[in-house]
Design a protein around this ligand. Structure first.
Ligand code: M6R
Length: 614
């Protein structure tokens, strides 16, 4: 995720402080960086670099070649536009009147860009940030009400999430900030003021901070911060003392990145869906480059991926086939590439990959292209190999994922695939407009439902603590629930090192049931109402052989409490979306088991975050 640092004072050079602050945010992942520094009344100097922060440090002689006591800095994780020096922040207006950095996503940036173009603005980058900066400039010049007025007018016009730090030519030594749904803090030192997207960036300099609230703005001067609401009225607030050490600050106060990322899922899926859902509830896939005609004409869909991304494919197969009524195959990339697949024109091959660099998935993509299929990458990392080589890309907007065990990227991929299935169904005449609008409206409720499930995590912690010494665990489910079980089982294996297997519940009797003995934990996922009773019967079968049962089902199936020893209820939703909800308690179970066993949750043994070898 992008990072912001800003600093103003009267004596100390700002650039080295900005670079130091940005280095504290490197763990979050980024693809380019930049700083803008102002020396008194002189023009602001902007330096940007693609790649590691080291390159920016070299370009600026560790900040020494950019004199000035006031500045802003940014590490960028690309969302709009590839990683490049041009797209890196800070962004500027032509006359350098406004210079700014931004975290978050401006959803209506193309509409705002059109408006600005009509008013004579031109654009040099592909970013939504340049649009935001120029919109501030537009309001600043048009209404001449000063920086806070221009920022407030911008905030009313933009949709999406943002943390903005801006410098105005007419206000040397000052930094202006605004925030909505993207974190931002302001720090104070003696005759110094700081702004940052995250605590670690400024922890070395100050522990006295203000939290900028949603839809609030602030004006920073050396040693002083003044806060404003959207009306431009001053807001009084108290400072908070940060007690965290640097390491826990990086994790946002969570013990592990995995837990932080579990908590980031509502935002990850909201951002992903908002990138393609229109305000009136339709779907606009134009950012992927796929045309409506192409979508109407594909004959088959093949989904290729590895690990959890393959599990997303397995879940999507049920959703796609059910909604679109077209054949969908799901393939492990490592198998697909070596088995001479039968593909050609009319085939759509979807490659799902968080990193966009997984060697087998990349090879499968190349194979599919060679055979004449159209390829679509569902990718989280902008500018990654799969994103560059696929014919079309649907970016998941989960932000950088640091824990090896994927959580938020998996959930964002599920949402992306659900959206694709809905649009395919709609354009191919398998879903009417009423149903589409009903499903997109329901989809918008998922972030809150996920939040609700995460808030109940203590119950799962208690449950997991009972099984810290388990040797084997089985997950069973049917249909879409089986696909969720695959992910639940992998989460458990990879971080808690407990052997586990996911089984299609109806397959148990064909061999695996012989492994069930006293005390073995069997987790049943039963969110598909039409299959609920069948899986419940399979649960009863293993119970009678001594298994301890945990059940995950929808609110309303309260009779399950007569059968299982522990249960989690999932908020009601469209059955096609239930994977997105049911996976949350499974992620939490894997996590708490690993913690209870004292394991390195974020870096499990033998595993790498990005598997770039076969
Ligand atoms: O970057 P990718 O999505 O292509 O990675 C695929 C798998 O390596 C990945 O999902 C892996 O299974 C995770 N460790 C699961 O948590």
């Amino acid at each position: 995720m992008c990072g912001i640092v800003g600093f103003t004072n009267r004596k100390i050079q700002a650039a080295p402080v900005l670079l130091e602050g940005l280095s504290r945010l490197e763990y979050r992942g980024y693809d380019s960086a930049g700083i803008a520094v102002r020396d008194q009344d002189k023009d602001t100097v902007v330096v940007r670099a693609k790649g590691r922060l080291k390159i920016l440090e070299e370009k600026t002689n560790s900040g020494l070649s950019v004199p000035g006591t006031c500045g802003i800095g940014h590490t960028r994780w690309a969302t709009h536009g590839e990683p490049s020096e041009t797209n890196a922040h800070p962004h500027v207006t032509e006359d350098m009147n406004v210079v700014g950095v931004h975290n978050g996503i401006i959803e209506n940036f193309s509409e705002l860009k059109d408006k600005l173009e009509k008013n004579g603005y031109t654009f040099y980058s592909q970013t939504d940030t340049e649009v935001a900066v120029k919109l501030v400039d537009y309001y600043y010049k048009k209404y001449q009400g000063g920086p806070i007025d221009a920022l407030a007018k911008t905030m009313v016009r933009v949709r999406g999430s943002y943390a903005l730090a801006i410098m105005f030519k007419d206000y040397p030594g000052e930094i202006y900030v605004a925030r909505k749904d993207s974190p931002m803090i302001v720090g104070l030192g003696e005759d110094e003021a700081y702004v940052a997207s995250d605590v670690p960036a400024i922890l070395k300099y100050t522990r006295t901070v203000y939290y900028v609230e949603n839809l609030e703005m602030a004006r920073l001067e050396p040693g002083k911060a003044t806060f404003y609401d959207l009306n431009g009225d001053e807001v009084k607030k108290d400072t908070v003392q940060i007690e965290w050490d640097a390491e826990s600050a990086e994790k946002g106060g969570f013990e592990h990145f995995m837990m932080k990322e579990i908590h980031e899922q509502p935002v990850a899926i909201r951002d992903t869906m908002n990138s393609v859902l229109t305000p009136d509830g339709h779907i606009d896939l134009s950012s992927t480059g796929l045309t409506e005609e192409q979508i109407r004409n594909f004959k088959n869909v093949t989904i290729v991926a590895c690990g959890s991304a393959w599990h997303v494919g397995m879940a999507s197969q049920y959703v796609f086939e059910d909604l679109v009524r077209m054949p969908v195959r799901v393939e492990l990339a490592s198998e697909f590439r070596y088995r001479n697949p039968i593909l050609g024109e009319g085939d759509l091959v979807i490659i799902i990959s968080q990193s966009g660099e997984t060697a087998d998935s990349l090879a499968a993509l190349r194979e599919a292209k060679d055979l004449g299929a159209t390829t679509l990458g569902i990718v989280n990392v902008v500018g990654s190999s799969i994103a560059r080589e696929a014919d079309h890309v649907f970016y998941t907007l989960a932000g950088p994922e640091i824990a090896v065990a994927t959580t938020k990227a998996y959930s964002a991929q599920l949402i992306a695939m659900d959206i694709l299935a809905m649009e395919f169904a709609y354009l191919r005449g398998k879903m009417d407009e009423k149903k589409l609008l009903c499903m997109t409206a329901e989809m918008r409720t998922l972030p809150d439902k996920i939040q609700q499930l995460i808030e109940d995590k203590e119950r799962i912690q208690w449950f997991a603590s009972k099984f810290a010494n388990a040797q084997d665990v089985f997950f069973i489910g049917r249909g879409l629930d089986y696909a969720i079980c695959l992910e639940g089982s992998l989460k458990m294996k990879e971080i808690s090192y407990i052997h586990s297997e996911a089984y299609a519940a109806g397959e148990l009797k064909h061999g695996t049931i012989s492994l069930i003995e006293d005390g073995i934990l069997v987790i049943g996922v039963m969110t598909q109402n039409d299959l609920y009773e069948k899986t419940l019967s399979n649960m009863v079968e293993v119970k009678s052989r001594g298994a301890y049962l945990a059940g995950i089902t929808n609110y309303g199936h309260y009779e399950i409490e007569d059968t299982v020893n522990f249960n989690v209820y999932i908020p009601k939703t469209d059955p096609h979306f239930s994977a997105t909800l049911a996976v949350i308690p499974l992620q939490l179970t894997g996590y708490y088991l690993a913690v209870a066993r004292g394991l390195d949750v974020d870096k499990p043994r033998n595993l790498a975050k990005s598997v770039t070898v076969e």
